[in-house]
Every structure is written in C-alpha cells, then in structure tokens.
Design a protein around this ligand. Sequence first.
Ligand code: FAD
Ligand code: SIN
Length: 518
Amino acid sequence: MSAQHHFDVLIIGTGSAGLMSALQLSENLSIALIAKDKILEGSSYYAQGGISAVLDENDNFESHIKDTLSTGVDLADETAVRFMTEQAPSAIKSLERAGVIFTQQQGQYHLTTEGGHSHRRVAHVADKTGQSIQTNLLDSAKEKNNITLFENFIAIDLLIKNQQCHGAYILNKSTNEVESFIAHKTIIATGGASKAYLYTSNPDTSTGDGIAMAYRGGCHIVNMEFTQFHPTCLYHPHAKSFLISEALRGEGAKLILPTGKAFMQKYDERAELAPRDIVARAIDSEMKTHGFDCVYLDISFKDKDWIKSHFPTIYKKCASFGIDMSQEPIPVVPAAHYTCGGIQTDINAHSNINNLYAIGEVAHAGVHGANRMASNSLLECIVFAKACANHINQQVLTSKYPSFDNWDASRVSLSKEKVMVTHLWDEVRRIMWNFVGIVRSNKRLNSAQMRLTQIQNEVDEYYRLYLISSDLIELRNLVATAQLIVKSAILRKESRGLHYNEDYPDTSNQAKDTIITL
Ligand code: FAD
Ligand code: SIN
C-alpha cells in the first residue's frame, strides 16, 4: 500500500520561490517541500546577473515601474508591477536575513545594469547570485522543524475536487511508488518550461510540469506565447546550457560579428542594452542573413583582474573551453531562457482554483507582460513567495483532511518501448526550436500544432498503458506545455515583445492577454 502524507502546506518546487515561501510561512504549519531532482537543482541556482531593486538614492520606484512596463510592451499589469517594485527593497532585506551577502563597493551595494533598466539597480553576488541565494535559503529551511524536505519526488497531478485543491500525487523516484500528499494549501513553484526548446539556458528541471498540471486541473493559463530567448548563451560543442550574463553588456561588452563589426546600433539606439527581445532578434537576423553559426561578445578591453573578480564563474567556464575572455571575444547564440506566461494568479499568488497558489516562473502574476526585464524574475520569486505565505498565514486551517484513493497502477505494465519517450522528447524540442522560435509565421505555427497534437495522442496512449516513470511524466508535461505555447501564439494576431509573427508584423494598439482554459 503506497504512502499517504498529510501536511498543512504542500510546496512543489525548491527554487527561490518555493524555498522563500516555506521560510515565510508560520512555524505552526507543517510544510512538505518537494523537489523532483536534487534540492538545489533548478534555474534559481544558476542565476547570474542578480536581482533588481531600487537601492540607489538617485533611482526611484516610478522609474523601475516605467522600465518594467515599457520592456513588457504595455501588456504587464501596472498594479502588480507597482506591488513588486515597491516590495523589492524588502525582498533584498529578506535575502540578507537568510545570509545572502550582496557584492559591495565602498560600503554600498555594487549595482549593475542590464537591458531595459534606465538606472543601475541590479544587486548581485558577483556572477553567482542564484547559488548564494539558494544555498542560504536551503540552510535556513533545514533549521526549521516544521519543514520536511523530499528530494527526488516528482509531482504527477494535483488532487482536485469541486474546484478545490487538496494536494498532489507524487512519484517517489527511489521506490517508483506513487504517494499521495494531502494538504490544505498547495503551492506550485516548479519553474518554467524552456526545456520545450532544443537549445536553452535552463537546467533539465524546466519542463513546464507545474503549468501542465495546473492546466489539467482547471487553472487559467495566460500569455504562453512569450518565451524569452536570452541573447547570449555560450556557443561551444561541449557547453550545455551555459549563460553569458547580460551583466557583461551592462558593463560595456559589445556584440560583434565574426568580422569584428559591431551591429546593435543598427537595431536600437540603446544598442547592447536594448531589451532582450530586440537583441535576440537582431542576433538571429545577423546570423541568418550572413549564415554565421554564432556572433561574439567582447569584453576583452577590460582589465583581466577586474573580469576575474566580477565574473569569476563565467571566466572559469570559458577558460575550461579554452576561451580567455580577457583576451578574445566569446562565441554566443540566443537560447530559450524564460517563460513569461503561466498560471494566472492574483496579488496574493492565488489561482482560480481554491487553495491552490502559484509562485515564481510558473506563475503569471502580470509583472512581465510581453517581455520580462532582466533581473525581475528572482525579484518576482521572492516578492510573491512572501505575499503567498502572508495570505496563507492569515487563514485558519481546519484539522480535517479529505480522503483520496491511492494511485491505481493495477492496469498498466512495464514498457519495453522506452525509445518512444526519448524520440518524442527530442521531436517536441526540435519542432519548438524550428517552428516556434524567435521569428514565427502562421505556416510554421500551424505545422507545429498539427504534429504536436499527434504526439499528444501518442503520449496519452503510452501513459494509459505503461507504468509511470519520471521521463514519461516530464514528456507528458513538455508536450502539453508546448501545445499551450503554440495555441497562444496562434491566438495572438499581432507581434508584441517576444512574440514576433512575420504574418502580423505590427503591434495592435489594444494590449490583450491570451487566456487558455481547459
Ligand atoms: P526554479 O528555480 O527553476 O525551481 C523549480 C523547482 O521546481 C525545482 O526545485 C524543481 O526540482 C522543482 N520541480 C519542477 N517540476 C517538479 C515536479 N513535477 N515535481 C516536483 N518538483 C518539481 N533571473 C533573474 O532575475 N536574475 C538573474 O540573474 C537570472 N539569471 C538566470 C540565469 C540562468 C542560467 C537561468 C536559467 C535563469 C536566470 N534567471 C534570472 C531566471 C530565474 O533564475 C528563474 O526565473 C527563477 O530562478 C525561477 O525560480 P523558481 O523558483 O520559479 O523555479
Ligand atoms: C543574466 O544574467 O543575463 C540573466 C538575468 C535574467 O535572466 O534576468
């Protein structure tokens, strides 16, 4: 008989959003924190550039709000953006209380800048901001008696009855048993879906699980067409998903062609510091026009010691591939980086299903619109994790738990066709990269939709017949999320921010969200 667990709060995901929410919940509440891989594995750990907040006396909230709204091309929700930016300094303090020590210069925060910001407002820990945040938050969580950590447990589906969420079915990857986690409140903090694309800056955890689970459970899913492509990922045959931080451009790095010619000024007067959608499209266009495999990012004009102290991780990684960034430009290409859309949530991070919350990259809280501004994501994670915890802390939870049947695996058998899973996994990611990339067209989107529908049917059949596994759970979610991206892209009859369709090149003067329901 498989295990049943009972907790006040179930948090699925241990990125910065999940960990921070656990730490902010009242210590009277019992909390289960679930990670499908190692606890620290997730995008948060790899964050480089930093976290944005108004911390300089010459900066102000109105400017942070204006930059965020303008980068999001008028689609972000001003109330949510105002809430996030006004809470940013206190988010920084919460991280410092957990032990994060931000890089300082002459007794002040060393603030850097990135695309879209009109002031220096990005606090960072050299180029390993995420690592510092994650290790400190995890250490703090381990000190709390009310938090139980479950590593290598992958959520399959939410337990939903009458529009109320009561937890989730979760596969224990060590025993291959499905266990029931029954909870009064469930928080989805599973990160984004950039693994839906063949080339991505993200770790393997970003398979859109939370978005797909929530969609199947009846949540509203918003603006999935806005996949952000980071302009500069390391281009090297042996480098898997390694980002070259936008903070390099913030410190003056130039994008150049293999011929040595700079090109960004031609696309935007802000050149290298234009928002990411513009820079990624410019690189894509240069590569396609000239047939180049990559472009280059040059910061070699800076002093070697300065580079090594500001960007130690990037310096070491490039050196490990024989690239000395203090002497030569770094080969870079765009890759899928961030999912701007997600589960629709309100200012308390609550979804349209009772007792179900979503925080971090998996959520659509309305703060990014058609393009997320750099370093606003960690900020969103921390601010909405706190808002969600506050909302739960204010409620009186009952002591009774509803009953649910255990997972039934009696009608399925062990698969001898695992190649189906690996093949379809690869096919989905290629379709998305080739047909639903930086520049889209109606024809390519329709082709993608047709083939993804067939793949969905094949995966559904496989799911009905065979024993569940972690790879199958992820494939099922990846296909579902890819379909949500394509459907949303087809519904948007304009180009805006990250969504560029050459059949509708203009931006409509009416900004509207794309909302998909079951
Ligand atoms: P994640 O940190 O991705 O964590 C997701 C968690 O969910 C993991 O614990 C995972 O195991 C778990 N999970 C997923 N599915 C399941 C499941 N089915 N069952 C159980 N657990 C599950 N943003 C910034 O603001 N500043 C930056 O400098 C920055 N740099 C970045 C650099 C890189 C290389 C990348 C990839 C992203 C960067 N971003 C940055 C974006 C930012 O890091 C992410 O958007 C943010 O960290 C997401 O946090 P999260 O908590 O929502 O999810
Ligand atoms: C980076 O350091 O370039 C990533 C910043 C972000 O995604 O916000």
